[in-house]
Design a protein around this ligand. Structure first.
Ligand code: ADP
Ligand code: MG
Length: 337
């Protein structure tokens, strides 16, 4: 039986996942209300996919427990599965089959009658603008069309909650934006709660009513994108400056009244100030006086990237290009075959 707190779509309580001695997800607690588009934002290896796989009943937490739509993900797997749709990070369509056939196969797995399948499949293919391609082999589809088909397929059995693991990974910017429209539209028109993971901050910003920023298995910040950015406040002055000057410059700038925060990362110092126009000449004066070599200066309003830097001291993009992370992922994918 579902419990009574039905207003929550997802509840995670102290969820931890270990692989041997390695902790991939570390004591995550989180409640996601019905109807939300919630985003888990974080770099490769943060533990996003592992979290989704536990919610989707594909693996059990080492500690803690999780509920989806009031059902426990370890003791009520069947009930959870009936209520969720999942789009995996890795491609999972049969290229030789048509769009319709890929959907139909999935419907059979869920025990839908031929009549139910026929009606619902056409509805959903139209929803993602693939109605006219229904009878074409999937190998003729573009990357964006394939992703839309995967999303339509995940909606076939009328789930309450839809999980999207990196829905736009590897797609070009224009196709990514179009896919955001579909995702937002599905949330609105079907009233479906959507949990997505992404390492794209613009995606989290554009789509999600709330996001959890995840790093090293932990949720390090949780709020709406607007509030997360507002917490940093003011303007950010980014100084391209040799790392050998980071320590003295951080110390000197932190002394200044107009400086709220100084965050060194990579070859930059991010200086959070009330008013960029006022602060830049002051900062340049200090740089000249102390002979810090500043290569360039830019001012911007905070982005989620800055929020990430604020909480972790490193950049999301830095992690994105992390060679070790890519090798790990490749090794895992090979191991899966
Ligand atoms: N089956 C597994 N065995 C061992 N380590 C794993 C396994 N699955 C994931 N990991 C590790 O757990 C960490 C989190 O992985 P993952 O959840 O895929 O991160 P993300 O989706 O945020 O990129 C990574 O360091 C990854 O290598
Ligand atoms: Mg992942």
């Amino acid at each position: 039986m579902a419990r009574d707190h039905m207003q929550a779509a997802i509840v995670l309580a102290g969820v931890t996942k270990k692989f041997g001695a390695f902790t991939a997800v570390n004591h995550v607690s989180l409640t996601i209300p019905q109807g939300e588009i919630f985003g888990l934002l974080g770099p490769n290896g943060a533990g996003k996919s592992t979290t989704l796989s536990m919610l989707a009943t594909l693996s059990n937490p080492t500690h803690g427990n999780a509920e989806v739509w009031g059902f426990d993900t370890t003791t009520q797997k069947d009930e959870v599965r009936k209520n969720i749709g999942m789009v995996f990070q890795d491609y999972s369509l049969d290229d030789e089959l048509t769009g319709f056939e890929n959907m139909d196969f999935h419907g059979r797995l869920f025990g839908m009658t031929a009549e139910e399948r026929g009606k619902r499949i056409h509805e959903l293919l139209n929803l993602v603008d693939l109605g006219e391609k229904a009878n074409n082999q999937v190998k003729t589809y573009s990357g964006g069309m394939k992703r839309r088909l995967e999303i339509a397929r995940a909606l076939l059995h009328v789930p309450k909650v839809l999980f999207l693991d990196e829905p736009t990974i590897g797609l070009d910017p224009q196709t990514r934006r179009k896919l955001w429209d579909y995702i937002a539209q599905i949330n609105k028109s079907q009233g479906i709660t959507i949990i997505l993971t992404t390492h794209y901050m613009d995606e989290a910003d554009a789509l999600c009513s709330r996001i959890g920023i995840m790093d090293k298995g932990e949720i390090i910040a949780l709020d709406s994108p607007q509030k997360l950015k507002a917490k940093l406040g003011g303007d950010i002055i980014s100084l391209a400056i040799n790392p050998s000057f980071h320590a003295p410059a951080t110390a000197a700038l932190s002394e200044e009244k107009f400086v709220r925060e100084v965050k060194p990362f990579d070859h930059h110092l991010n200086v959070v100030v009330e008013n960029g126009a006022y602060a830049i000449p002051k900062i340049m004066e200090l740089a000249q006086k102390n002979k810090w070599h500043v290569d360039s200066v830019s001012v911007k309003e905070p982005t989620l990237e800055d929020v990430f830097i604020h909480f972790t001291g490193k950049s999301l993009r830095e992690e994105e290009g992390d060679e070790k992370g890519r090798m790990r992922n490749m090794a895992r994918m090979m191991g899966r075959r």
